[in-house]
Structures are given as C-alpha cells and as structure tokens.
Design a protein around this ligand. Sequence first.
Ligand SMILES: Nc1ncnc2c1ncn2[C@@H]1O[C@H](COP(=O)(O)OP(=O)(O)OP(=O)(O)O)[C@@H](O)[C@H]1O
Ligand SMILES: [Mg+2]
Length: 146
Amino acid sequence: MGSAHRQKLTHDYETCKKYLQDYIVDVVVMNNYQYTETQDYIDGEQLLLHDLDDPEIRDQFSDIVDKVKNMEDDGYAPIDLIGVGGLRKIYFSNIIVDSHKKLRIIDATLLECISLGWRAWICRPLLRCAVKIQHNHISNISNYKQ
Ligand SMILES: Nc1ncnc2c1ncn2[C@@H]1O[C@H](COP(=O)(O)OP(=O)(O)OP(=O)(O)O)[C@@H](O)[C@H]1O
Ligand SMILES: [Mg+2]
C-alpha cells in the first residue's frame, strides 16, 4: 500500500474518531511496515430499518446523523456508513447494533479520493454517487415513521 493510502486511512480514522468518538470501532495497526490494520469483531447484527422502532437505537442513529452533518459542515467528506452493501438498497453496512444495543461504526473511512492523488480521481464519480445515495438513505430513514 502506498504512503498516500496509509495517510488517508490514518487521517480518515482520526477524523471519524474526532466527530463520532465511541461509535467508531477502534483500529489497531498490526504491522507498520506492510501496513495491516485490524478492528475488533463486533458481536451483533447489522442495523435494519425495524431497529429504529426502538427509541434507544433511533436516538443513537439521529446523534450519528447530526455528527456526520457537523463533519460535512466543517468541510470534510462524510464517513462511509453504507459500504458497498448500501449502494443498492436502504442499508448501512458499516453500522452494527451490538449486544448492548449500542450502535458501532466499522470500516471508518471518508467518502473522498482527492487525497490519494490524481490517479484516484477516476473513483470520484462513484464516491459522489455514494455520498448522494447515503444522503438519500438518511433522509428516507429520518422520515421513517414507526
Ligand atoms: N468488525 C466487524 N464486526 C462485525 N461485523 C463485521 C465487521 N466487519 C465486517 N462485518 C460484517 O461484514 C459485512 C460486510 O462488510 P464489508 O466491509 O466487507 O462490506 P461493506 O461494508 O458492504 O463494504 P465496504 O468494504 O465498503 O465497507 C458487514 O455488513 C458486517 O455485517
Ligand atoms: Mg464495511
């Protein structure tokens, strides 16, 4: 992995931690030479629409949405909450409901590629599309009535 990729991973993780604190699952760098990251396996289930019927989970989700908005207001790209799995249906592949009903965010990365240099700009349309899809998912869920 090139140094730009490593820097992006570190920068994205630290930025996500700054805004979303304990929601972000900790990442540990195991091997700095070949650069290997690990994160804990979260015992739980992926966040599904019906989970939001529970006020405790709904409040946490709203809090996450507010914090992601703060991030964007401060000029950062949003954190990737939907993952590849959320591109085709309303689904947040990177949010897990753990066994204590706490929302945990895995794979903390920002939906941008500019920091990776001009060769990565080919990914820009896809990432812009992902940001749009994520915004749509969030507004659809925010309008979701129990
Ligand atoms: N640390 C983890 N703890 C618990 N479940 C996990 C963890 N990492 C991955 N998973 C499970 O694996 C599923 C697939 O994750 P994966 O990251 O491969 O795909 P994705 O989120 O759709 O895409 P992306 O690579 O863009 O994040 C997740 O929805 C989640 O259920
Ligand atoms: Mg993921």
